[in-house]
Design a protein around this ligand. Structure first.
Ligand code: TXA
Ligand code: MG
Length: 320
């Protein structure tokens, strides 16, 4: 695998139907030409992802020409306010989207990322880039180029290195193809910010989940994860005595736990910092190989806390 910062080269690889991993403000993406079924098929093969899990198409141009149809006014408003940024909108698909990218759905996920390298790549390539997070199916999303290199090695044609991702959790997904805007996945753009623009967001229909990737067990490290309220961390550590425990919590919390016997993994105290560091922390703890269980403190469910809490709950979910 080649790795570097050559945007023109990366764009040529995409044009030739190859796979390019690239940075966004949320996490690294595993990209291919969104208009080509053959190129998109390589993503599913490399990730080990079921073919009915649709991909997000990344664009430099928020006009969405050819990529979506019947775009409601509320989507235009949201695009103007939130793009470029960590928001994916689900809309009725346009003719430019390959069938492979949509997993057979009549809708498509679209996003204009807020990262200079991603935008430069999209401009140089000139089309849409279909990209899931650049991790193997079910694993923790990568927030550095080293994370990506560790997962994919030779399956990639080029790894575009753009440093560490500033947001650190995936984009918020809002479905605007239904009668009422629906939050499918909390993420890097806070619910409150979106609701100020489109009004209250509906919850997805639990009986028929519309984002097939939002499985109960997802974003999971190898170690067992137990996600609990901050107030329950000490009791959970005590209940797991005898196991090799690491505690993932805001730095300030550890000052209130002078008797903590488990390994401490302090995260920043602010929610944006927590989101930024979360996936590296899970990967670091796994890489040490001497942690059986990660006891993680759930943040308050406001702002980016909703995304951090969602990922911790999924990391703690039942394994396949
Ligand atoms: O921040 C992000 O969103 C990152 C970066 C690379 O942009 N991408 C990302 O992609 O997280 P991925 O594939 O790991 O997660 C996308 C989620 C999946 O759960 C997928 O099922 C859902 O979006 N999705 C994509 N298109 C959809 C559609 N048409 N309808 C419903 N869900 C869709
Ligand atoms: Mg993913």
């Amino acid at each position: 695998m080649q790795r570097g910062s050559d945007i023109e080269h990366a764009a040529r690889v995409l044009a030739g139907g190859g796979l390019v991993a690239f940075p966004t403000e949320t996490v690294y993406g595993l990209g291919a030409d969104a208009a080509s079924d053959a190129a998109v098929a390589k993503i599913f093969a490399a990730k080990g992802r079921p073919k009915n899990h649709p991909l997000i198409v990344h664009l430099a141009d928020p006009s969405l020409d050819g990529w979506a149809r019947e775009i409601p006014e509320v989507a235009r408003r949201l695009a103007r306010a939130a793009w470029p940024g960590p928001l994916t909108m689900i809309l009725r698909r346009g003719p430019r989207v390959s069938d492979a990218a949509t997993g057979g759905f009549d809708t498509v996920g679209l996003r204009v990322p807020d990262h200079p390298v991603a935008i430069a790549l999209l401009r140089a390539f000139g089309g849409g880039v279909a990209a899931p997070s650049a991790n193997r199916f079910g694993a923790v999303s990568p927030t550095t180029a080293d994370h990506v290199a560790g997962e994919f090695g030779d399956a990639l044609d080029y790894l575009l290195d753009g440093g560490a991702c500033a947001v650190g959790v995936e984009s918020t997904i809002v479905d605007l193809s239904r009668a009422h805007p629906t939050l499918l996945r909390p993420g890097g753009l806070a619910r409150e910010t979106i609701e100020a623009i489109v009004g209250p967001l509906a919850a997805p229909d639990e009986a028929a989940p519309a984002a097939p990737g939002t499985l109960a067990s997802h974003y999971a490290p190898r170690a067992e994860v137990i996600a609990v309220a901050l107030a329950d961390v000490m009791a959970t550590v005590a209940a797991n005595a005898g196991r090799r425990i690491a505690v993932l919590a805001p730095a300030a919390a550890f000052r209130a736990w002078p008797m903590m016997t488990a390994r401490a993994y302090p995260l920043p105290d602010d929610l944006a910092g927590m989101a930024r560091e979360l996936y590296s922390a899970l990967r670091d703890l796994d890489a040490r190989g001497d942690v059986d269980v990660i006891v993680a403190a759930l943040p308050p469910m406001v702002g980016l806390g909703e995304a951090v809490g969602d990922r911790l709950r999924r990391a703690a979910g039942p394994r396949k």
